[in-house]
Design a protein around this ligand. Structure first.
Ligand code: NAD
Length: 306
């Protein structure tokens, strides 16, 4: 596994994976259309294929670079965009992924590692924390598109003979997450409070989420390179934290005096989601190392400096 393509390598999670792979001595290419990503995130030592997965020529990039492995992260990852424009979400996530999987047929690609989501595809559950075998009940178009992306990977890997591993993340946070987006509550709250602006909380803030720091997610991706074929892992902290607890921690770190503005709850927000990470701990020997307090402090420092 020497040559690796990272789709979405200009984005938040993908760019951190690229950086780590380069430190580990791999030859890396980024395949990204720079829609939600940022050119400044792309490591100088990585080759860039600026291609759209939905309507670009992925096959030429694969033939040119000859990767052994693909980390697939490129996606439209906003729940609200998926509600406003489900066709755009489906084109990017479902058809874009399908094009990638087809382009890997009969090539050098031996394995695809897919970044998927826990919260959005498990949906509202009766079981906490939910395991990889819990029922899949997406309640947003984004959840449906990410789940479909998993299912197509299972089918195409079977048809075309490459291996796969799927990682279902909790709420990933850390440096480079877009503070003006809508997906990363920690960066959004920290960004607004540092500017002296007020924060909107949808609902009463009691919603529970499972937050996991970016470097722990990168560790899991590297370990997944040697994971068994057809494996699925939750990558999470296994701990529930409320939105109000997150707000209180960030308020204190940013020394803000602003109180949150409470807004009506959004229909596609699940009440509570916690992911059981026991399988990744046991089989991947993955150990999440960064506490929520330390991770949030690093994120606030990064936003302060940038
Ligand atoms: N951030 C999280 O908390 C989280 C949680 C669960 C799963 N995920 C998954 O992890 C992956 C990365 O998320 P992120 O937070 O880094 O998002 P991001 O928006 O920062 O990165 C996505 C990258 O994909 C690129 N991209 C989007 N559509 C594309 C297309 N059609 N063709 C080529 N490139 C395209 C964007 O330009 C961007 O660089 C996504 O697949 C997302 O579903 C993220």
């Amino acid at each position: 596994m020497k040559k690796i393509i990272v789709t979405g390598g200009a984005g938040f999670i993908g760019s951190h994976i690229v950086d780590r792979l380069i430190i580990e001595g791999y030859e890396v290419a980024v395949l990204d259309n720079i829609s939600s990503g940022n050119r400044l995130n792309i490591n100088d030592k990585a080759k860039l294929y600026e291609i759209d997965l939905y309507n670009g020529d992925i096959g030429s990039a694969i033939q040119d670079f000859q990767p052994n492995l693909v980390f697939h992260l490129a996606a439209q990852s906003s729940v609200s965009v998926s509600e406003l424009n489900p066709s755009e979400d489906a084109s990017n996530n479902i058809l874009g992924s399908l094009n990638l999987y087809k382009a890997c047929k009969n090539t050098s690609v031996e394995k695809i590692i897919l970044s998927s989501t826990g919260g959005a595809i498990y949906g509202n559950q009766d079981e906490f924390p939910c395991s990889e075998n819990s029922s899949l009940n997406p309640i947003s178009p984004y959840g449906v598109s990410k789940l479909t992306t998993e299912k197509y990977l299972e089918v195409f890997a079977g048809l075309y003979g490459y291996q796969y591993t799927i990682l279902r993340y909790g709420n990933v946070y850390g440096p480079r997450q877009n503070p003006s987006g809508e997906a990363g509550v920690i960066s959004i709250f920290a960004g607004l409070l540092l500017k002296g602006d007020s924060v909107k909380i949808f609902g009463d803030g009691s919603q529970l989420r499972d937050y996991i720091y970016i470097s722990d997610v990168v560790d899991a991706n590297l370990l997944a390179m040697n994971a068994p074929n057809k494996s699925i892992y939750n990558i999470s902290s296994n701990k529930a934290t409320s939105v109000i607890e997150i707000f209180t921690l960030i308020k204190s770190l940013t020394k803000s005096t602003n109180n949150p503005v409470f807004m009506p709850r959004r229909k596609s927000d699940v009440d509570k989601i916690v992911l059981n990470n026991a399988k990744a701990l046991k089989e991947l020997k993955w150990i999440p190392k960064v506490s929520l307090e330390d991770g949030i402090a690093s994120t606030v420092d990064y936003l302060n400096e940038n």
